[in-house]
Design a protein around this ligand. Structure first.
Ligand SMILES: Cc1cc2nc3c(=O)[nH]c(=O)nc-3n(C[C@H](O)[C@H](O)[C@H](O)COP(=O)(O)OP(=O)(O)OC[C@H]3O[C@@H](n4cnc5c(N)ncnc54)[C@H](O)[C@@H]3O)c2cc1C
Length: 366
């Protein structure tokens, strides 16, 4: 007898997506989370459900991303009916803006590669400067064109996290604010030691973000991820002017405009830096000159969870069967796949061969 069928370590968007799927399928599931002291990418991200640009050279990842984005409509409907929360999900398609001819040619090559590698399953196209300006009125002359994919969308990531926590608990899941300090495995049972006591489970899912790196060896896994900081600025609420999310600027349902983002190697420092913020603001102003007058009301830094090649890491342990891990820097995009598919694999006890390309074993040099 164990306390739970599955213990999920980490109450960020990946942990709770998987845990929600498990609870929904009748597994007795607990989520352990560090609470407010944690580094949480789930609370500091841009909210894009983004397909374009992902998975060049790794068709399995591109297909996994498309699968999740295509499942989002039903996932959103389900979350709303269980939690009563409207998470602001929209899928109007999205644009990646090009600010130089070099960016335009690189983007053109990337989009055609993604179409080729997906046998046409990826839908994306390049837009000229004129067409980009028609789709995004008010855009400045520094934008030379864009790639467009109808598969992209966006959501309010904080409401998503709240809706997932609510839906998980509605389905009988238990959320426990306790830091996991140790995990042992004996006779097919995981013994989990937390700051408040001990508990046991038949299976364990490590979804602790940057914490996965330290926890994984306890169950015979290896998760080589590092932090990469991104800073985001938010303006006061403005009249709606942006019909489509872009990878650098998006307008929320409430009217605020999110300006992103940076890529900084600063270790575990999730603070902000005036120089980086000024660059983000400057770039946003050159894309939409009218933003010059908008007031910035908030800014923050958050840490991405990145593997060396930028792809997710999914694994199951061969020495401790029943232990799984999931890490990704696209936890919003992949939330539907984590809830609907990854949770099913955990419940069944094995990851499918399609996810083999995303195992940590890809880093082993033969
Ligand atoms: C600036 C920025 C912009 C981004 N934009 C996007 C975007 O537009 N679209 C997208 O798809 N993704 C985006 N991401 C990535 C996305 O935010 C992450 O992929 C996602 O949040 C990862 O979720 P997670 O649950 O793995 O990690 P986290 O959200 O970091 O959560 C990890 C959790 O694990 C818990 N934990 C850690 N150690 C322990 C322990 N020992 N015991 C118990 N609990 C523990 C912590 O309490 C924490 O809550 C962005 C990220 C950043 C930083």
């Amino acid at each position: 007898m164990t306390d739970y069928d599955v213990v999920v370590v980490g109450g960020g968007v990946i942990g709770v997506s998987v845990a929600y799927g498990l609870a929904r399928s009748g597994q007795k599931t607990a989520v352990f989370d560090e609470g407010d002291i944690a580094f949480r990418a789930a609370r500091g991200n841009f909210g894009l459900i983004w397909v374009q640009g992902k998975g060049a050279g790794c068709p399995e990842y591109a297909a996994w991303t498309r699968r999740s984005a295509d499942s989002w409509k039903e996932f959103n409907r389900e979350l709303k009916s269980l939690s009563g929360i409207d998470i602001g999900y929209h899928r109007p398609g999205g644009l990646d803006l090009c600010l130089s001819s070099k960016e335009m040619s690189a983007r053109t090559r990337l989009i055609s590669r993604l179409i080729d590698e997906s046998d046409g399953q990826f839908q994306g196209t390049m837009l000229s400067q004129e067409v980009t300006a028609e789709r995004l009125p008010g855009i400045g002359p520094s934008v030379l064109g864009a790639s467009f994919s109808p598969m992209d969308g966006h959501v309010n990531p904080l409401l998503l996290l709240r809706a997932l926590h609510t839906a998980f608990q509605v389905k009988g899941g238990e959320l426990r604010i306790e830091t996991v300090v140790d995990i042992s495995y004996e006779k097919s049972i995981f013994e989990v030691t937390t700051t408040k006591g001990r508990t046991s489970a038949k299976k364990i899912v490590l979804a602790a973000g940057l914490g996965n790196q330290n926890l994984a060896p306890k169950v015979g896994l290896n998760v080589p991820v590092r932090p990469e900081r991104g800073q985001i600025l938010v303006t006061e609420r403005l009249k709606p002017f942006l019909r489509y999310p872009t990878s650098l600027i998006r307008q929320t349902e409430e009217g605020s405009v999110l300006l992103g983002d940076s890529h900084e190697e600063v270790g575990f420092d999730d603070g902000t830096n005036p120089h980086v913020m000024a660059n983000i603001a400057q770039r946003a102003r050159s894309i939409f000159p009218h933003l010059e007058k908008a007031r910035i009301v908030r800014a923050w830094g958050a840490l991405r969870i990145l593997a060396a090649d930028g792809l997710p890491i999914y694994d199951q342990s061969s020495t401790c069967p029943g232990a799984f891990t999931a890490s990704s820097h696209s936890g919003i995009t992949l939330a539907a796949a984590h809830a609907q598919d990854f949770s099913k694999y955990v419940a069944e006890g094995a990851l499918p061969s399609q996810l083999e390309a995303l195992s940590e074993r890809r880093f082993h040099v033969h």
